[in-house]
Design a protein around this ligand. Structure first.
Ligand code: ADP
Length: 218
């Protein structure tokens, strides 16, 4: 059965989620207060609704009961975003993901029961900053406030060395959880695995340790 989603707020972020989910063949209800936004998505989403999501009756009548996941992507109107989240959780929606504008907004969203709070601009800023520091850092994913996963090109410094030679865990406190080599992925590589220059390492650790690893080996 196709999964069903609802996206509330069709600005750049919500709009892009709606397009991508629809492209992947998911059933999406796209809702916005702005008529023009709604008409833009008429041929993209399975259903479009022009409504104010802070109106409890509107959400109730939409019959969101079968929806697996609702994404609240209301931008600047923090009050509307919080009220919508609150109503969705009261209606019993299992998973509600909300885009937060700032830390204060995030704190309240967590309190009122949002299941996931995301900060796309802040997170993308961090990822790009790490890529700017070193071209060898391909991606950076935050796991918590102080732990991350990075994807790095092995490069010349690590070439032909084994994981035990580099002793990344002892020297930097990080773990290499996988190595991507061409089309293969070596999960939990052995200590005697020899690294090739074109390998991509997936490294997990605290931000402090990853930063030392990046400075010295990447
Ligand atoms: P982005 O930064 O992702 O582009 P925007 O602030 O431009 O975000 O977009 C937020 C969208 O949310 C807008 O299209 C706006 O019309 C919609 N929106 C704002 N308040 C409500 C509401 N109460 N109900 C439904 N949609 C809303």
């Amino acid at each position: 059965m196709k999964k069903e989603f609802a996206v509330i707020g069709l600005g750049r972020f919500g709009g892009s989620i709606c397009r991508e989910l629809s492209r992947e063949g998911m059933q999406v209800i796209a809702l916005d207060i702005d008529e023009q936004k709604v008409s833009e998505y008429r041929d993209i989403a399975a259903h479009t609704v022009m409504a104010d999501s802070t109106d409890e009756n509107v959400l109730r009548e939409l019959g969101l009961r079968n929806i697996d996941h609702v994404i609240v992507a209301i931008g600047d109107n923090i009050q509307a975003s919080m009220l919508t989240t609150l109503i969705l959780k009261e209606l019993g929606i299992k998973t509600v993901t909300v885009k937060a504008q700032n830390d204060y907004h995030e704190k309240i969203l967590n309190r009122i029961g949002a299941d996931h709070v995301i900060h796309p601009e802040r997170d993308m800023g961090k990822r790009i900053a790490h890529h700017i520091i070193s071209n060898n850092i391909l991606d950076y994913i935050e796991l918590s406030d102080d732990h991350s996963v990075v994807e790095v090109k092995a490069g010349r410094k690590m070439k032909n060395q084994t994981l035990i030679d580099l002793d990344i865990r002892a020297n930097y406190g990080c773990n290499v959880v996988a190595i991507k080599r061409n089309k293969d992925v070596i999960v939990s590589p052995k200590a005697n695995e020899k690294i090739e220059e074109t390998d991509i390492l997936i490294v997990i650790g605290s931000d402090k340790d990853i930063s030392r690893f990046e400075k010295n080996l990447v």
